[in-house]
Design a protein around this ligand. Structure first.
Ligand SMILES: [Zn+2]
Length: 53
């Protein structure tokens, strides 16, 4: 599964691949990886983006 998203590392929209999904009380947590640079981000529900160290 892939999705075009804004990548803060590349500074433009890139294709992200979904690498994991976890269901939490808050909603579904999904991990994404930028195909271009490998940047990883986590999305919880539909709105929150958090960089993964
Ligand atoms: Zn990137």
């Amino acid at each position: 599964m892939a999705q075009n998203r804004s990548c803060p590392s590349c500074g433009e929209n890139e294709s992200f691949t979904q690498v994991a999904t976890t269901t939490l009380n808050l909603g579904e947590k999904t991990k994404w990886r930028c195909d271009a640079c490998g940047y990883r981000s986590i999305r919880i529900g539909s709105a929150i983006d958090t960089a993964e160290a």
